[in-house]
Design a protein around this ligand. Structure first.
Ligand code: GPU
Length: 801
């Protein structure tokens, strides 16, 4: 949009006056942020309204992306960028004597997700708006987001994330669009005059679902889509009925806090309530909106697509069946045909413990009508498939089995598409986790490799790099990230590579300042910044990275005269509060950091910085400063990974196993520009089949590795007597579930190679450039375009290939 600086300043000062009844000099950065937020809302208001009007007038097919997590990050800067106002506002504020960086840092970062899954949903919202797709998000407005992480004596402590304390400028509460979600009670079938039966629910526990809408602003295209987040409240009838305190609490609890578990299903009733709550409210509001403009339900499948982001929203399937049959008088057959055409499902993991199942008794008690429907889906599935596939396969794959409701199976059976998130992951779904269902529905399976919002992760997070790229290839890459590949022409342009290095050093200085301020550690900007940022999980193997640090530490102690480039090992990782082993690894890293950072014999040659409270905002600070991207999960375990893509786009080289999308990154950037190592997924499966992995053999065969492991229990690292023993035992006594010891040697070899290659900065920056140039392939815009073409069947803006 068009806006002069003078106009902006006038608007801003007026806003401050209206909101706070005081002078600018008397306001805080938070006040200024809130005023700016209101202004941006106003500038974007007509786009948002007109986007909705246009979709209605054109009767565009709507996509609804259901996700129990969204991690949008701070929105001020990205909204300004997408509206084309960033420079005007920044300069205007500077002219008013204000600090734009401080103002944007005052915005709370909504932690409505755990990690990759939630951030992916947010990247896709950004891309849908930017591609002009009629895309809507549907999720939960958690009162408290993911806990804030602090360290006390090296241990993780969780504090509540009261992100709504000062309200949320971006949301609109729309109580006029609220609906009732019903739990419990009992169901009976009432005979109808036409001889059919109608399900009647009685004595239900009713919850009022109130939507809060947040605008998702498209990039330079006047489109603003909606992310709808639901909040659970007392129904209006509570005003004149008595609701016990227990019942009030039960309602309050539904959207009170995000479950802090990543890739692990706990099977708790409250989680099931959350899942049904936002699935039901979302489907009700879709059908209500649809009903306003369409006569029959027959058109439904041409006008809406519902996407199920992992299994958490799977109840949209039986819920849509319920609404079509109980409220819109459809037959089972019609309702089922519509439902399966509308639904599509993405799987995000092959890890068994993450596959959701619910005890049938719990499910039945909480959702009696839905249970009837799921049981009928199960019955019909068995009847239809047993003659073709036999009883055994059908027993293994039916929605109900072993006393459980099996959500992934229900999702596959009730959708027309199921996709994995990287080629290897999709293959493993077909061969392993969903092998039997792949026999039944081979045509449903497809791959959609993940992608990232280049706008946020490069244009916003790394402005120096974005500007440097503009100076070489112009700015069309900002709309068409694939254009980045033209940078390849400069891989041997020494002057450009120097500039690239200068940008990296500048970003490292910004991160170094933060590390100094928060952790008190001094780090050198000419050191290798070796970065691992992701949730703490045994399968992600932060432990392997720890072993490298111990190796480097011992090497300096043994041979102080040997010269190697300085290293800074940077971690960011939250552990689920109940994940004991992950918390022990956190303690180990912090104890090791204490040892290394304070050893005068080490000096500034080796530093370890575990930055607390990793999240989207810290990612924006850390990623642009990285030289090495640690992507070292046990092959086959990481479905895709997305930090690998963000780090690549910012010129870090990958130190990576052949897992998830690492494989595709290595192929895109070229093997010579990455550091691959370790067992292949096939080799890992080979060990499983033969059952012959012997971790102790690696320990006994390699004196260096043995010495490193022994430091866990011999007092070398002070303060970890329990944790050190626990971790040591996990490797030797319990045989190293994730093959850390098997991959140690090849990992270290690549780490040595990195130290060697880093010395030649021209070569090194050439590799960095190759990574940046190849990163466009992983833009979320392209990923979302593929979902639109292949799964949702909706049009989108053209993207250059
Ligand atoms: N992932 Br399941 C999560 O972040 N949370 C989950 O509950 C599950 C998966 C991640 C995968 O671990 C990661 O490999 C992937 O890149 C990401 O989802 C997005 O697909």
């Amino acid at each position: 949009m068009k806006l002069t600086r003078a106009q902006f300043k006038e608007d801003f000062l007026a806003e401050i006056k209206t909101l706070y009844a005081t002078d600018l000099s008397d306001t805080s950065a938070l006040n200024q942020f809130i005023a700016l937020g209101h202004l941006v809302r106003r500038y974007d208001g007509s786009n948002w309204k007109q986007t909705g009007d246009r979709y209605r007038q054109h009767d565009d097919k709507q996509v609804y992306y259901f996700s129990i997590e969204f991690l949008p990050g701070r929105l001020l800067k990205s909204n300004l960028l997408n509206l084309g106002l960033l420079d005007t506002v920044r300069q205007g504020l500077t002219e008013l004597g204000l600090d734009f960086a401080a103002i944007s840092a005052a915005e709370p970062d909504p932690g409505l997700g755990n990690g990759g899954l939630g951030r992916l949903a947010a990247c896709y919202m950004d891309s849908m708006a930017s591609l002009g797709i009629a895309g809507n998000g549907n999720g939960i407005r958690y009162r408290y987001g993911l806990f804030k992480q602090v360290f006390m004596d090296g241990y993780q402590v969780e504090l509540p994330d009261d992100w709504l304390r000062n309200g949320n400028v971006w949301e609109i509460r729309r109580e006029n669009k609220a609906c009732l979600v019903r739990f419990g009670g009992n169901v009976w079938m009432q005979p109808q005059p036409d001889g059919s039966l109608k399900a009647i629910s009685e004595n239900t526990d009713d919850v009022w679902a109130v939507p809060y809408d947040v605008g998702m602003v498209g990039y330079h295209n006047d489109v603003t889509n909606t992310l709808r987040l639901w909040s659970a409240e007392l129904p209006p009838s509570a005003d004149n009925t008595t609701f016990s305190q227990a019942r009030r609490d039960r309602i309050d609890d539904i959207t009170k806090v995000l479950y802090p578990d990543d890739s692990n299903s706990e099977g708790q009733a409250l989680r099931l309530r959350q899942e049904y709550f936002f699935s039901s409210a979302g489907v009700q509001s879709i059908i209500r909106h649809f009903g306003l403009h369409h006569q029959g339900v027959k058109e439904l499948a041409n006008k809406i697509a519902i996407h199920i982001n992992d299994t958490h929203p799977t109840l949209v399937i039986p819920e849509m069946m319920r609404l079509l049959m109980d409220e819109h008088h459809c037959s089972w057959e019609v309702a089922w045909a519509l439902t399966t055409q509308v639904m599509s499902y993405t799987n995000h993991t092959i890890m068994q413990e993450a596959l959701e199942t619910w005890p049938i008794e719990m499910f039945k008690g909480l959702l009696p009508r839905l249970y009837q429907i799921v049981a009928e889906i199960d019955r019909r599935y068995r009847v239809a498939k047993t003659p073709i596939f036999g009883e055994e396969l059908v027993n293994r794959t039916a929605p109900l089995g072993n006393g459980q409701v099996r959500m992934a199976f229900l999702a596959v059976i009730g959708s027309h598409s199921v996709n994995g998130v990287a080629p290897l992951h999709t293959e493993l779904l077909k061969e392993d986790v969903l092998r039997d269902l792949y026999q039944v529905y081979p045509e449903r399976f497809n791959n959609k490799t993940n992608g990232i919002a280049t706008r946020r992760w490069v244009q916003l997070a790394n402005e120096p790099l974005a500007n440097l790229i503009d100076s070489k290839i112009g700015s069309t890459w900002r709309q068409q990230p694939n254009e980045l590949k033209t940078l390849t022409a400069y891989q041997h342009d020494a002057k450009f590579l120097k500039q690239l290095m200068a940008v990296k050093v500048q970003n490292k200085a910004a991160l170094a300042a933060y590390i100094k301020q928060t952790l008190g550690i001094d780090i050198r900007t000419d050191a290798i910044f070796d970065v691992q940022i992701k949730r703490l999980h045994a399968y992600k193997r932060q432990l392997l990275h720890v072993f490298e640090i111990i190796r480097e530490y011992l090497a300096i102690k043994d041979q102080p005269e040997a010269v190697e480039p300085a290293r800074v090992h940077i971690f960011g990782a939250k552990a689920a509060p109940s994940y004991h082993y992950a918390k022990s690894i956190i303690k180990l890293i912090n104890a090791l950091a204490d040892l290394v950072n304070h050893d005068p014999a080490i000096g500034d040659r080796l530093k370890v910085a575990f930055i607390p409270n990793y999240g989207v905002s810290l990612g924006e600070l850390i990623i642009p400063a990285a030289d090495v991207s640690e992507q070292i999960s046990t092959a086959s375990k990481e479905a895709s990974g997305t930090s690998n893509m963000k780090l690549m786009a910012n010129g870090a080289v990958s130190l990576a196993t052949l897992d998830g999308a690492n494989i595709d990154i290595i192929e895109a950037a070229g093997e010579a520009n990455e550091y691959a190592f370790g067992l292949t997924a096939k080799a890992v499966y080979g060990y499983y089949q033969r059952g012959d992995y012997q971790a102790a053999d690696f320990y006994n065969a390699d004196p260096e590795l043995k010495r490193i492991l022994d430091t866990l229990i011999d007092g070398t690292i002070p303060g970890i007597s329990t944790e050190g023993r626990e971790i040591y035992d996990s490797l030797l006594k319990y045989n190293d579930e994730f093959f850390v010891l098997a991959d140690y040697e090849s990992y270290v070899q690549q780490q040595r190679q990195i130290a060697h290659d880093y010395e030649d900065q021209t070569q090194w920056q050439g590799k960095a450039l190759a990574n940046i140039a190849a990163s466009g392939v992983f833009s979320a815009d392209l990923a979302v375009a593929r979902y639109s073409d292949d799964i949702w069947q909706v049009p989108h803006a053209k993207l250059g290939q």
